[in-house]
Structures are given as C-alpha cells and as structure tokens.
Design a protein around this ligand. Structure first.
Ligand code: 5BU
Length: 266
C-alpha cells in the first residue's frame, strides 16, 4: 500500500516536504509511532535505536537530559537515526521571543544542525516560528515546528480558548508542521482535529497500551483510539523504552497505530 492510499485526505492536503516524508516512512514501516527516547545515557540511546528503529517512524529527543552527552556521540546517534530512516524531533518546547529562540537553536547543542522537527509554545506570539525557521536557514537546512496546542499532563493551562488561538495562527503558517495534541483524551483530540482541518499533522504524547494515570501527572490513552480521533503519530516513551522487550513493545504500538489508520480511512 502506498502513502496516498494509507493516508487519504491527509496525503492530499498536507503537502509540506517534511509531512510527506513522515507519511512515506510511516507507511513503509506500517507504524505511526514516534519513540520518545528518554534514556539518560548514550549507550542506552544507541541500544534503543538498534532494538526498535525498524518499527518506529520518528525519534523524539530531550538532548539536555543525557548524562554523558558529547557532540561526537550525538552526531553518531543522529547518523544512526538517519540510517534507520527516522525523523529526528527535539522536544525542546521553545517559548522565548523569536530572536532568542533562533539563538537557542544554536549554542552548545546546536539543535538546528540535526533536528528535523522541534516543539514550541506560542505563548510569546507567532514570531517564535519565524525565529526557529531562521535558525534552520542559518545552517542551510529545513525543519518543521510542532506547536503545543494541548498537553497530556494533568492540570495543564492550555485551555480551549488558548488551543483555538494556537490553531488559528499555526494552521496558516508554512513553518508549522503541525500541532501537539493530548493523546490521553480522544474527545479533546477529535475537537482539535476539527479545528486543524486536514492540512497539518497532529502528533500526540500521553499514549500507552496501559491506559490510565502515569507518574507525576502524566495521563495515558490508547494508541488506536488516538489515531481514530485524528492523531497522525503516537508519541510513546516508557511504553517502549522501559519495556522488558522494547522491540516487541514497539511492534505492538506500531500495529495498534497502523490498525487505527486503516480503520480511519477504511
Ligand atoms: P512517556 O514515557 O510515554 O510518558 O513519555 C512521554 C514523552 O512525551 C516525554 O518525552 C514528554 O516530554 C513528552 N510529552 C508529554 O508527555 N506530554 C506533552 O504534553 C508533551 C510532551 Br508536549
């Protein structure tokens, strides 16, 4: 099955090169899973890519939580991700004014040089998207911004009126790849999808096959239900990296997410 059959309207409407690349990779692996690679050592991260790279379509990082981070080890890690056909997504949640966000994409971690996607809040106004895009241009690369329209954590302050404004501004901006939605609440996700339309991605954390409350206010919903409610990618962390068999877990999430897509467009 090719990506246009698998993705239907989304393939037709979401034409940014990055969205197309994601849909192609997800189709070829039959997986709408982004691995939240939240291990704190480089060895742990390398093990994870080797174990699950075939069964996930993207890799989400928190570059600043790795204990033994070095530029060289990170370059090798990104090369391994690239070899495994994974989009690399730094969940940095930028929130500052445009010019500072641009500079924060450089600095020690040099996020602009290896990330395909980054997350940002729109709390400081829409220029943050231009700042992040300028940073990728500074190094001759292209990337996409995922704006936080919802969050998965309990008691978060991204209320419906805020979500609505983020979507209204983000859906008309070419630099916006899509939105983060709350994977733990299908009804919230369905209303987000109705506002977003077909032309942008919605990616969702807060997903686990064991539905319910997680540690420290995290909430979890089911992967198939998230996709049926309009998610294009389920972001899964501990469900995979803390499993006794991460590869089998990744396969199970891949299957659940792919079944959701097949049912959604069936
Ligand atoms: P978990 O182990 O599946 O709970 O990991 C979830 C990941 O998604 C983790 O890296 C968080 O930083 C990230 N996340 C989230 O959980 N909820 C959100 O609303 C956003 C990101 Br935005």
């Amino acid at each position: 099955m090719g990506p246009s059959d698998a993705w239907g309207e989304r393939w037709v409407e979401a034409t940014s090169p990055m969205a197309r690349r994601y849909m192609e990779v997800a189709t070829s692996k039959q997986s709408l899973v982004c691995l939240a690679a939240d291990r704190t050592t480089m060895a742990g991260l390398f093990d994870l890519i080797e174990a699950v790279g075939e069964h996930v379509a993207a890799l989400k990082t928190h570059v600043d939580l790795v204990d033994d981070w070095t530029p060289d080890a990170w370059s090798s890690f990104c090369a391994a991700a690239h070899d495994a056909d994974l989009l690399v997504f730094e969940d940095r949640k930028f929130a500052d004014i445009g010019g500072i966000s641009r500079n924060q994409m450089a600095g020690k971690y040099d996020i602009r040089s290896w990330s395909d996607l980054v997350t940002a809040h729109l709390i400081s106004g829409p220029d943050i998207v231009d700042g992040l895009q300028a940073a990728w241009s500074d190094v001759g690369r292209q990337g996409g911004v995922l704006l936080l329209a919802q969050m998965s954590s309990r008691g978060n302050l991204l209320h419906p009126a805020y979500t609505e404004e983020v979507v209204a501004k983000g859906r008309v901006h070419d630099g916006v790849f899509g939105f983060i939605g709350n994977g733990s609440r299908p009804e919230e996700l369905a209303s987000l999808r109705a506002r977003v339309g077909e032309a942008k991605m919605i990616w969702t954390p807060g997903v686990n096959l064991a539905v319910g409350d997680g540690a420290m206010g995290q909430r979890y919903g089911d992967p198939t239900e998230a996709v049926l409610a309009g998610s294009d990618c389920v972001i899964v962390g501990s469900g995979i990296h803390k499993a006794t068999d991460p590869r089998a877990a990744a396969q199970a999430y891949a299957k659940a997410s792919w079944n959701g897509l097949m049912q959604r467009n069936g």
